[in-house]
Ligand binder design. Structure first.
Ligand SMILES: [Cu+2]
Length: 144
């Protein structure tokens, strides 16, 4: 008797758990399908777009182990570059924030002293401000 009773009450719980799983995997599916994976920074020009469609163009020499400099142009009118940071996801560490300067005449930014001190994959996050909102653009950097 006890077994039947507990078995009967367990069934809806399992169904609910399965339903929750289905909902979660659907959400995971739709959210991973929408944003494209971050582009890999290549020598020359690389375009990156934030989720709110602010477009940035990064210019770079071949990335090297240690100190790197980047040029950043915001192609969306009125958008500004706020901060730049880098993270090494495999190890969970970052690096010292680089210097971000804006050329008053051209409106272009230079990011200096971006120190990528380990070989491997880094993620560079560019925080932008546009129309009063903050947003991020991500670019993948492979350090030889
Ligand atoms: Cu590391």
């Amino acid at each position: 008797m006890l077994h039947i009773a507990s078995g009967a009450s367990r069934a809806p719980r399992i169904a609910r758990a399965l339903f929750a799983c289905a909902v979660l995997s659907l959400a995971a599916c739709s959210s991973s399908a929408e944003p494209a994976p971050p582009p890999v920074l290549t020598p020359g020009a690389t375009r990156v777009t934030t989720s709110s469609d602010v477009v940035l163009e990064l210019t770079s020499s071949p990335i090297q182990l240690g100190k790197n400099d980047l040029g950043v142009t915001l192609l969306t009118p009125g958008a500004e570059l706020v901060t730049v940071s880098a993270l090494m996801p495999a190890h969970g560490h970052g690096t010292r924030p680089p210097i971000v300067e804006r050329d008053a005449q051209t409106g272009k930014y230079s990011v200096r002293d971006l120190i990528l001190y380990m070989s491997g994959r880094w993620e560079v996050r560019l925080e932008v401000s546009s129309g009063g909102t903050r947003d991020d653009a991500l670019v993948v950097v492979d350090v030889p």
